[in-house]
Every structure is written in C-alpha cells, then in structure tokens.
Design a protein around this ligand. Structure first.
Ligand SMILES: *Cc1c(COP(=O)(O)O)cnc(C)c1O
Length: 355
C-alpha cells in the first residue's frame, strides 16, 4: 500500500468558491417551487419578503448575479443621459464591463477613493453638475460597503448619503458584502449584526446584497428598494434575461444562508486576523490592516523581484490566491485555521527562499 502525502486544499481566491453545505442542499431540495415569471414561486417570494423586511424596504427582487442587480438598480434609478457618481474602483463601475453605460446610456462619474475606501464629501459635492445642457444629469450616488474588505465608517455613510439626498440624488448601495460590513460594525459597536445591516441599508434608496459571497449560497443576489423602484427593476431584469422559472431552488439556499450564515461571518473575519498576524511577522511583506474577510498583501524588497513565482509556488502546496494588482486572500465557509496556518507556513518558506 502506498502512502500519499495528505494534500491540504486552501482556496483563498474568493468567498464565491464555497460549496453549499449538506443542510443548505437539503433546504434547496425541500423548497416548494413555481414559475417565478408568473410570480408563482413561493421560495423566491419568501426570500424577497424576508430580505426586504430585514433591511427595512418595501420590496425586493431575486436576481442571478450581483452584476445584474447593480445594473437593474442603476437603470431603474437613471434614464439615458443621466450619470451616477461612483468610486474609481467600485465594482459597479470598474468590474461590470461598463454595463450601465453599454445597456443604459448612463454615464459614470468616477471619483478617487481615499485609503479607507470613502469618496471625499467635497469630491462628491464638486461632481454634482448644475442643470445645464452641457452636462449629463447627475442622478445617483453609488457606494460600496464593504469595499475591498473595508468597512466604510458609519458616520461617513450617513454624511455622504445625506449630502446626496439633500442635492436630490438617489442613493444605491452595492452591498455585495453588506453582512460582512454589518458583522464588523456590530463587533465594533457591541451591537447586533442584523440591526447594523438595517442601519446601513436605511441610509440608501436601494441596496444590492450577494448571497453567493460570504453567505455561502451557490447563486444569487437580491436588490431591495421601494415598491415602484422594484417594479422598474423587475422590467429591466426581464430585459436582461434574468427572469428565471423555478428559481426557488436557488432562493431557498439564500434563505437558508440568511438564517444560518450571517453570525458566522465573524469566524471568517477571525481567520483573516489570524492570517494577518501570521504574515505580519514575516520580512518581505506589507500587510494591510484587515477589517473583514479580505486581506491585501504586497511583496516588498527582494521578494518583490520573485513575485511572479509566488502564485505557482503556493498552488503547488494546495493554496490558491489571486494577485491581479496585489496579493489577495479571502476567507469563507470552506476555510479553517489549519488552512490559514498552512498558508502562513508556505509564505514563510517562499520568503526564506526554500524550494
Ligand atoms: C462580486 C461582487 C459583485 C458582483 O457579483 P456577481 O454575482 O459576481 O456578478 C458586485 N459588487 C461587489 C462589491 C462584488 O464583490
């Protein structure tokens, strides 16, 4: 009999890589189904009602992806020739193929982020155009929380959204990781995560939440807002090809995730703190302070020259990360402390030049 060395698999590329748990799969199989294009799917309706109620909105819409959710939101808030103010590295500007411009003729007005992820109030103010034929009509402020794993300070969220409201703009939150933000904010304030999720959400006219990120569902996002806004978004979802049929099979996973996977996001945040602590002891790295489930790390000095070797080096040890701009490590449901410790050890070996 041959003994294989035990291979550890640690996939830190994204919190989208999770497998549905056995209990989540059971909830999916047990879900009552109908044709959601007729509005007949009880499991879709239950998910939409649940998240709308949880975040304090009149209505909600289940969509296949966060990208489609943001697209529906921007197009439901804006008309052709309108513009939305957005972060230079916000997902709904930078990472969605320019969809709002391509499909909606809605012009983005990107602003630089501050190191904490915020957009300066003065920059927002300066970007709001006067009503003049030279300019696109400034219609919407879109924020993202968490952004790059950073929790936007709640005071800031209140101030920025109040500024937008006072200037007649609608406010959209790309809250793909809203519950990570809420769990981190609750820990900082000694309050309840669902309460914090609602406090953040209530600063906005619409909020998009991903179920397929840290919450661990296989597919889906939910867009929340007022009844008339959701009615417009519903029409756009249909146009975008997002009218699904017995999608309660997927929605049931989302409902399960909201019931069982919110509080446990704190575990992911703790794993990232453990990783940050381990890595910060190693020479050759700059480790960004981590607030939620995402950690950015830069190689410096001699190690930087070998940057291209790192990802394959880790992959050979069963560890997957991304390094598009910077090294990114993301914790989720399918990562544990042993995987984190294995990652720290492999990083140490790499930096010490061990083969
Ligand atoms: C992942 C993500 C999205 C898009 O979600 P998809 O389901 O991948 O389309 C939108 N915004 C943010 C901040 C995200 O992280």
């Amino acid at each position: 009999m041959t003994h294989k060395t035990q291979t550890i698999k640690v996939d830190l590329r994204s919190d989208t890589v999770t497998q549905p748990t056995p209990a989540m799969r059971a909830a999916m199989l047990a879900a009552p189904l109908g044709d959601d294009v007729f509005g007949d799917d009880p499991s879709v309706n239950a998910l939409q009602d649940k998240l709308a109620a949880l975040l304090g909105f009149e209505a909600a819409l289940f969509v296949p992806t966060g990208t489609q959710s943001n697209l529906c939101a921007i197009l439901a808030h804006c008309q052709r020739g309108d513009e939305y103010i957005v972060g230079q590295y916000a997902h709904c500007y930078r990472w969605e193929g320019g969809g709002a411009a391509v499909f909606g003729s809605v012009q983005p007005q990107p602003l630089n982020h501050q190191p904490d992820g915020t957009l300066l109030l003065a920059d927002i103010e300066a970007a709001i155009k006067p009503d003049d034929e030279h300019f696109a009509r400034t219609r919407l402020l879109a924020l993202e929380n968490t952004w790059g794993g950073k929790l936007l300070p709640f005071d800031y969220v209140q101030q920025a959204t109040e500024l937008a409201r006072s200037r007649g703009l609608s406010r959209h939150l790309d809250g793909a990781r809203l519950f990570n933000a809420a769990v981190a904010q609750a820990a900082a304030h000694g309050t309840d995560a669902l309460l914090e999720a609602r406090r953040i959400a209530q600063c906005f006219d619409s909020v998009s939440v991903c179920l397929s990120k840290g919450l661990g569902a296989p597919v889906g996002s939910v867009l929340c807002g007022r009844q008339d806004f959701i009615a417009r978004a519903h029409r756009i979802r249909k146009m975008a090809g997002g009218g699904m049929r017995q999608s309660g099979l997927l929605a049931a996973a989302g409902t399960y995730a909201l019931d069982h996977h919110v509080a446990r996001l704190a575990d992911d945040h703790a794993l990232i703190r453990r990783l940050a602590e381990g890595l910060s002891k190693l020479a050759g790295l700059v480790v960004e302070p981590a607030q939620t489930n995402i950690l950015f790390v830069d190689l410096v000095g001699e190690a930087k020259a070998r940057a291209a070797e790192l990802i394959p080096y880790l992959a050979a040890r069963g560890i997957l990360i991304t390094g598009l701009y910077r090294l990114r490590f993301v914790a989720h449901l399918d990562v544990d402390a042993a995987g984190i410790d294995h990652t720290v050890a492999a990083m140490r070996d790499f930096l010490m030049g061990r083969p």
